[in-house]
Design a protein. Structure first.
Length: 115
């Protein structure tokens, strides 16, 4: 099993930046893909970004050029750098990890962007 713990959420003004962290533990060697999703109140959960280990990354159109996913393999941690934040980025952000036959989710971290 893999466990995920997110951190770094908070309240920020529009135009500001935040960096989210997601630390993985457990059977981390089985992880092939990690990413971030978000869910705003009254809306469906949507994928923000995904990183295929040893491969490519992808971003939702709404965050391209503003958000960046990165990874510190030594720390089993992925990061989501969020710049030029907008009020519509307000949501609970969830980290995910995928391996063969499983997907795990973190507990979520709240990001609130004030106008």
């Amino acid at each position: 099993q893999v466990q995920l713990v997110e951190s770094g959420g908070g309240l920020v003004q529009a135009g500001g930046s935040l960096r989210l962290s997601c630390a993985a533990s457990g059977r981390t060697s089985t992880i092939n893909v990690m990413g971030w999703y978000r869910q705003a109140p009254g809306k469906q959960r949507e994928r923000v970004t995904v990183m295929v280990f040893g491969g490519s990354t992808a971003y939702a159109d709404s965050v391209k050029g503003r958000f960046a996913i990165s990874r510190d393999s030594a720390k089993n941690t992925v990061y989501l750098q969020m710049n030029s934040l907008k009020p519509e980025d307000t949501a609970v952000y969830y980290c995910t990890a995928r391996g063969l036959g499983y997907i795990e989710w973190g507990q979520g971290t709240q990001v609130t962007v004030s106008s």
